[in-house]
Design a protein around this ligand. Sequence first.
Ligand code: 13P
Length: 252
Amino acid sequence: MRKKIVAGNWKMNKTLQEGVALATELKDILAAEKPNCEVIIGTPFIHLATLSELLKDSVIAVSAENCANKASGAYTGEVSAAMVKSTGAEYVILGHSERREYYHETPEILKEKVDLALENGLKVIFCIGESEAERDNNQQEAVCKAELAGSVFHLTPEQWKNIVIAYEPIWAIGTGKTATAEQAEEIHAYIRKCVAEVYGAEMADETSILYGGSCKASNAPELFSKPDIDGGLIGGASLKAPDFKGIIDAWK
Ligand code: 13P
């Protein structure tokens, strides 16, 4: 059975002290009441080492939100996949639409990042999803397929086992406008079909595909009840422990 996952993406929020407080609160809540899914928190680089240590005996895994597309060297301000791994983090989020849009990350750059992340033993949460204009033109399937083909479909089946897909329609991110469970299921099923075309039905069936975009405790149960939705990648609602726990509880 494929993994059910609830992953937080803190984005550029929380000082180190605030992040430690939030992670501690979450750790205590989930120690008292075991989750029915894998729980991951994606945090800025500066939190990774401290939180990996803090959460090492907990059920919570730590993820970076980015890594460099170069292995090492004279790239001032960049953080390599090897450095992320050395903090104890297990995952890295790559391909987020905010990075594609604001930092001009192309499919080629993302492919380099994916390769380096996997080479360094990180698992990758790879984000895809269409803009509002693309949805209006019914291009969501073509966009998702192209994003997969451009950055992850070159991987070997062995490497693919370390990939989690996150479908995040850009029009639903931070807007309060969630995709309906039916809209999300339709595209998740299509994404799984694309994975099956490349890696076969069995591996597609093992691939976790998360939904992201204004996911909260009130809509998570309906979204997660769909057969091809294996959990969520959560922005805003991952910044408060009770809100995030509410989404984790959708798997109960
Ligand atoms: P929101 O949950 O704030 O809409 O953000 C979703 C997201 O971008 C997670 O990566």
